[in-house]
Design a protein around this ligand. Structure first.
Ligand code: ATP
Length: 355
């Protein structure tokens, strides 16, 4: 890349500032070690930080500033805790996913040497459609996509479009081609016949254009059981928004802990790194969070940027981060969620040492 990268930083709520801080520290060290051009990090307010300043959880100014960035690193948000007037609209992630058309949420889950998960050796990637389905606050132009016709009746709509299904399916097929060439489409089209039926047919049509990728489809409830029973069988798992949210948490926990869950939200020209888990308010400010998910999310962002801009130094930096995390686990370094004693800081120091 011939110019400095410009990357946004949104710390978020709960454990966000701690894990984003850790991920940035690791990223800076890896970029320097890989000889990458200096990165311009642009710190922007969101969530409670923005609310305290009298702004919306996703301020217009933050969104505008992100439009000038090549990508960004985002912490989780604790939107459940926002004042009622800030809970009506979309949550900060939903707002950005929609505004920047971040159509694919890519969530890898794999076992690490020395870290005994509950699954046996496994290495899969959940590719989750990121803009539609039952997450109602992401569906509509105005309103929330949910309403209550009576005090004891609530209606939540799900949206499925061929365009969104085809787009995310193409991403998943291309990814499968670069991995073990196995694609599993997960759906619930036997019950949600029109919506998920349309979604499934669109995914099947796209997959038919990739004869080198072996494609099967599985019902979402069966998939939950199969993940627990034989996670190693799966390579790329393509699924809808809410189903992907749930299955990726199951997958992360099976390989060790929710705290390991990395994710990249991918759009046409921009990407957002954000750990797959939430703000974990129970751990906030206590140096108790596992920063691995956020650290590996930033590695995913650097690799994506490196491949997109043809900058090998960024890909090298991503590889160094992943190797340092692997080394830390292989050496027995453990945060509390993994049965160890280390806090966020001490674990980050171990990863930095491994770089
Ligand atoms: P969201 O809906 O925003 O994804 P959630 O309700 O699924 O959030 P999380 O905040 O993701 O909930 O986490 C649930 C619990 O898992 C937390 O309360 C915490 O105990 C544990 N947890 C989540 N992330 C981590 C982490 N990085 N390190 C350690 N424990 C974590």
């Amino acid at each position: 890349m011939s110019r400095a990268l410009r990357l946004g930083v949104l710390h978020g709520d709960g454990i966000g500032p701690e894990i984003v801080g850790a991920a940035l520290e690791v990223a800076r060290a890896a970029l320097a070690a890989a000889g990458a051009l200096p990165v311009e990090w642009v710190t922007l307010p969101m969530g409670w930080e923005a609310i305290r300043r009298g702004d919306a959880p996703m301020p217009e100014a933050t969104r505008r500033a992100l439009e000038t960035c090549d990508g960004w690193v985002m912490g989780p948000h604790d939107s459940q805790s926002y004042p009622p007037e800030h809970r009506r609209g979309r949550a900060p992630s939903g707002e950005l996913r929609r505004h920047f058309r971040l159509y694919a949420n890519v969530r890898p889950a794999r076992t690490f040497t020395g870290l005994s998960g509950r699954s046996g050796p496994a290495d899969l990637v959940v590719v989750r459609e990121n803009t539609e389905e039952f997450y109602a606050d992401r569906n509509v132009v105005r309103g929330s996509g949910e309403w209550m016709p009576a005090g004891d009746v609530a209606i939540s709509v799900g949206v499925f479009t061929t365009d969104a299904a085809e787009r995310v399916a193409r991403y998943a097929c291309e990814l499968a081609r670069r991995r073990r060439r196995r694609l599993t489409i997960v759906h619930k089209a036997n019950v949600i016949r029109l919506g998920m039926g349309l979604w499934l047919e669109a995914c099947r049509r796209v997959a038919a254009g990739y004869p080198d990728v072996t494609t099967t489809d599985v019902l979402a409830d069966a998939m939950a059981a199969l993940l627990v029973r034989q996670m190693a069988d799966f390579d790329v798992v393509l699924t809808t928004n809410m189903v992907g949210d749930i299955l990726s948490s199951v997958a992360a926990e099976l390989v060790g802990s929710l705290g390991l869950g990395a994710s990249l939200n991918v759009g046409e020209g921009v990407a957002m790194a954000q750990a797959a888990h939430g703000a974990a308010p129970d751990l906030a400010g206590r140096d108790a969070a596992n920063p691995t998910g956020e650290i590996l999310s930033v590695a995913m962002l650097l690799r994506w940027l490196g491949e997109r801009h043809g900058d090998p130094a960024l890909v090298v930096a991503a590889g160094r981060i992943e190797a340092a995390v692997e080394r830390a686990f292989a050496a027995g370094t453990r945060t509390r969620d993994l049965g160890g004693a280390l806090g966020t800081r001490a674990f980050t120091e171990a990863v930095l040492a491994g770089l």
